[in-house]
Write a protein that binds this ligand. Sequence first.
Ligand code: SAH
Length: 352
Amino acid sequence: MQHLLGLTTKELQEFVQGLGQPAYRGKQIATWIYQRHAQTFEAMTDLSKELRGKLTSAATVGYPTVAHKDVAPDETIKYLFDLPGGQRVESVYLPYSERVSVCLSSQVGCAAGCTFCATAQGGFGRNLTAGEIVGQLLFMQGESARRISHAVYMGMGEPLWNYENVVKSLSLLHNEVGMSLRNLTISTVGVVPGILALAEEDLPITLAVSLHAPNDDLRAELIPTARKWKLDEILAACQQYAMKTGRNLTFEYLMIGGVNDSPEHAQELAKVLKAKKLPGNVNLIPFNYVETKEGFRRPERESVAKFREVLEKAGRTTTQRMTRGNAISAACGQLRRTIELKPRALNIAENG
Ligand code: SAH
């Protein structure tokens, strides 16, 4: 059955015309779906009963349904969504004092196989459609009193391995939902052809690249698929991206205690970024404990501070990701695993 969530206003107009309706009905439906978060045709009260009946037999809105939801004391909300077809993905609602952001999944599972990541443990399922990506945000918006202004594609999956649907979802979020492209961030493990393709799109989004290591050997230990693209090629693609779009990039650096968190690693990172004349901030992400590779642990607070200091001294701006929603397993892929492995074991803080 046709899912209407995921169609543009123009596509919705064509769809209703196919049902013998005037085009403006398509615009009304678009408003209901993207602005008013209607989950059913029944809720679209300015459409005639007859048309609502017709729509119900011809299509579905295509909203995800919630399999599980957990609210942390800091008001972070983690959602586990059921998709049509039975798969599940996670999304996170992140209210800050000055803005509300959400973290979206782009694939069911992931093929990157990162050794520190809970999503990787389950392997790859399938790509999400543009509608399924946008649906996560719309669902959360429907439950939120505050407007969601920011979205990061940092949930399950590798966005640039689902390129077309991800790009379509960005344009839906911009053109239909009304979000600013600058507030949308795609995070990639470093898919070079995807970065180069994105540089050619006229989309002033923010690109974040997960580096996690300053050299290829260490990077390959953390990100097995990284062997495919050398750091040098990834950074060259980033350079191209920065040049074409005029946008600064963000470099994500997941810090794992005793693995990649020494001052020498920081020094080496500053050096490789400088050598490529790459502007952009380094976002340090302290490892959230998940049962993946043995021996991986959260870095000491002092190591993070020292790492930052070395980068800043070398002229690199840094930010540190606030850990939110720890009590609800908010790191990527954790909730689905927790639910699937031990259904009642939520609300246990996994790292003190
Ligand atoms: N595939 C994309 C987006 C998904 S991962 C990418 O790799 O960028 C989004 C972010 O979550 C990445 O920066 C990743 O390093 C981080 N992440 C994954 N597992 C984590 C964990 N256990 N603790 C902290 N951050 C984690």
